[in-house]
Write a protein that binds this ligand. Structure first.
Ligand SMILES: C[C@H](O)[C@H](O)[C@H]1CNC2=NC(N)=NC(=O)C2=N1
Length: 114
């Protein structure tokens, strides 16, 4: 199996298949720092990243924005002094799709990027 971050995203579609409970458990093992949350009945993936200050938090936010634009798949981003909360879900499909796990894995890689 290729590394999750390297896998290809599919186009966002309303009828895209959401991950099953088994797939969720299996995929979460590859992104152990992310937490599945349900909001208004919609499953999402969330992680809080900590930084030394706002400038670093904003730079990370912009790197995540770049990978989202590149993939055509976008997160919710809350940028605060020293902290960025990233939340991934598939808006049109109203839940978690494989794309969300791929982008969560790519988000983790933005920590090393400078
Ligand atoms: C038209 C545009 O491609 C779509 O609205 C995309 C944009 N980015 C998206 N991002 C996410 N997370 N879910 C979507 O359904 C989605 N749809």
């Amino acid at each position: 199996m290729t590394d999750l971050a390297q896998q290809k995203c599919e186009a966002c579609r309303a009828d895209a298949p959401l991950v099953s409970d088994e797939e969720l458990a299996e995929l979460l093992r590859e992104i152990p720092d992310w937490t599945p949350v349900s909001r208004d009945g919609i499953m999402q993936l969330e992680r809080v990243f900590k930084f030394r200050n706002f400038k670093q938090a904003l730079a990370f936010t912009n790197r995540v924005g770049e990978i989202a634009e590149e993939a055509g798949h976008h997160p919710a981003l809350l940028t605060e002094w020293g902290k960025v909360t990233v939340t991934w879900w598939s808006h049109e499909a109203k839940g978690l799709h494989k794309n969300d796990f791929i982008l969560a894995a790519r988000t983790d890689r933005q920590l090393e990027a400078e």
